[in-house]
Ligand binder design. Structure first.
Ligand SMILES: NC(=O)c1ccc[n+]([C@@H]2O[C@H](COP(=O)([O-])OP(=O)(O)OC[C@H]3O[C@@H](n4cnc5c(N)ncnc54)[C@H](OP(=O)(O)O)[C@@H]3O)[C@@H](O)[C@H]2O)c1
Length: 265
């Protein structure tokens, strides 16, 4: 219950685990949550980029650690959740930001179908595994907040890239969010999703303006009514809100942040 507006948006004393917290949107969320008083644990595979992010987080005076793990591994998901609870004493908030977005053409005659399976594995199965192991701890605490970073792609067809595996995985992420929100509300666990549109991160800035991907970034920007992409910290600000006391009555929501990209679709 909100006791005062002064504290309604604070995450002081909360422990958050952010998958993919080393860069891009996950890093934006890590910085926003650290500035709001949370202790932050980051899970990803690249230790070097995580070290840089931890150095930046140190400016905010909390407790920050890196955990090496692949979200597609059941063993890693369990081990990281267990380590965080052991070293921080509890786990209040899980943010699932780890994700990949490889384009995939289902009309390709290539026998290698990994373009389909890989995206589903990271973006949907990885999110599920982390929710599962964090959820078990949160049930014991009778307290938990889960935020899944899905995408506005869960509800549209992307142009010009072919991305049925990504869109299907993100649609699954939105539906998983709603099912868990309903099923876990009685355990004190709120589950929400943030569905960003194009956001300044390697996932977008890494797309080259040449060859097959020529003109893509320009097209996406022109289709965005506000005329620019999201900044990762803007996703972080909404994640802070969803994790905070101010959002106590919000569960099963999917909040779109896309500068109006979806409005005319
Ligand atoms: N950028 C956008 O325009 C946009 C729009 C909508 C939704 N999203 C979603 O937002 C999330 C973050 O994307 P981003 O833009 O920040 O992309 P990014 O900069 O490419 O970051 C992806 C993150 O996921 C981690 N990751 C990837 N595979 C992993 C695995 N198997 N296990 C653990 N960590 C893994 C990466 O760390 P390591 O490589 O070190 O493991 C990295 O931290 C994704 O779910 C993405 O689908 C992005």
């Amino acid at each position: 219950m909100i006791k005062s507006m002064e504290h309604a948006f604070s995450l002081a004393g909360k422990v958050v685990l952010i998958t993919g917290g080393n860069r891009g949107i996950g890093k934006g969320i890590a910085l926003a949550m650290a500035q709001s008083g949370a202790d932050v644990a980051i899970m990803c595979r690249n230790e070097n980029s995580a070290k840089e992010t931890l150095q930046e987080l140190e400016a905010y005076g909390g407790k920050y650690r890196f955990y090496s793990g692949d979200v597609t591994s059941q063993q890693d998901a369990k081990a990281v959740v267990d380590q965080v609870v052991e070293e921080y004493g509890r786990l209040d908030i899980l943010v699932n930001s780890a994700g990949i977005a490889n384009p995939y053409d289902p009309m390709s005659e290539d026998e290698d179908l990994s373009g389909w399976y890989k995206v589903l594995d990271v973006d949907l199965n990885g999110t599920f595994l982390m929710c599962h192991y964090a959820g078990l701890k949160m049930k014991e605490q009778n307290y938990g907040r889960i935020i899944n970073i899905t995408s506005n792609s869960s509800r549209i067809v992307n142009i010009p890239q072919k991305s049925c595996s990504y869109n299907a995985a993100k649609a699954g992420g939105d539906r998983l969010t709603k099912c868990l929100a309903y099923e876990w509300a009685g355990y004190g666990i709120r589950v929400n999703a943030i569905a960003p549109g194009y956001t300044e991160s390697e996932l977008v800035t890494g797309v080259k303006d040449e060859g097959e991907t020529m003109g893509w970034v320009d097209y996406w920007k022109k289709q965005t009514p506000t005329g620019r992409f999201n900044q990762p910290i803007e996703i972080g600000a909404v994640a802070v809100f969803l994790a905070s006391e101010a959002a106590e009555q919000i569960t099963g929501a999917v909040i779109t942040i896309d500068g109006g990209y979806m409005l005319a679709r």
